[in-house]
Design a binder for this molecule. Sequence first.
Ligand SMILES: [Zn+2]
Length: 389
Amino acid sequence: MTRPPQGAPGGMQGGSSGPSAAESSSPPRLGSPGTPAQPAASPTIATAADWETQPAACPLCARPDGRLLWRRHGFRWLRCPADGLVWVEPRLSDASVDRIYRMVDARKAAVLGGSARPLSGAPADGVSANGAERRGPKQQGNPRYRGILGGLAAGLGGPGRLLEVGAFDGDFLAVARDLGWQAEGTEINAAALARTRARGLTMHAGRLAELDLAPASFDAIVLRDVLEHLPEPLAELRRIHRLLRPGGMLYIWVPNLGSLTGRLLGPRWGAVVFPWHFVYVDGRSLPRLLEATGYRVERLASANLLWRLSDPWAILHGRGAPPGPLARRLNRWAGRLLAPLFRRLDARGLHLGAQLEAWARVDGAGPIGAEAAQGPDDQRDIRCGSVAP
Ligand SMILES: [Zn+2]
């Protein structure tokens, strides 16, 4: 059954300016572009049949079917036997995803993790799409952002021109600018665009595919909690590849289905199980996806626990409650406690943290500048810095 979208089009984030979907320090890339909050969906809407959907195949090899991991709310989670990617079938149509992102009322905010404020005017203390809370502004110039940027600068020989796809409020870009990057972002949420531009940041309005950005013009491109929202990740990664100069670097931060919590909780892992996440990766399938699109993966790391049983889809439809502040705090503490363990396991190629990070390079010119020369110690520093919870 198909229901028409509520309200005006816009606010869809499943394209190149995907919504934030991740964890604590990540901004929400959700909400409608400057339109008022729409009424919440009826509580009776809770299965795929109530939404406009379309068939979906493996986003990497296009196999139409895979091994069934679980069913939930009328959606199937399938794992490709060839490459290990997991995708949701059927896939919510763009119109359906538009509609979800327009449900920017208190219940939607609650779904997303905490704040009851409408996301269309999302303040700094927002929430992220997988149910994790965002941190406040104080933590946002945070060590994690600095770790990411430090890793990129080390790999490139210094700061350069950086693009964040789906930059939302520009918190990450602002840190990048402070660290000497020529930082730019893309965003399709008009309200977020306006706020980010008001901070003096260069923002490109629209999905990557719609923008006229010069090929090979960026040193670094960042996808934080965007990959899982892309209906066509292969095409988008190739698009990004064209925008990177030879030797340029791509940084990705994405939920890790192969994490400790992902493995233990499976379909009950509220941090990941959203039908509006189209693709799920782990420490093996993410490199395959990147290599298939022309990148050389230089480093993988994982961090955080995100032990969550809440069901975002049900909460969206008026059933259940999002994790409370205590649960979120416990999650953070547990993540910090386990960070050294995750780092040790990462070094052995076992990525069990709830969020996966990848640094990948477009082959061509290597690092530029004398500072680019780095030994094992530098590598270790980068990794540690980048995964600090
Ligand atoms: Zn496949």
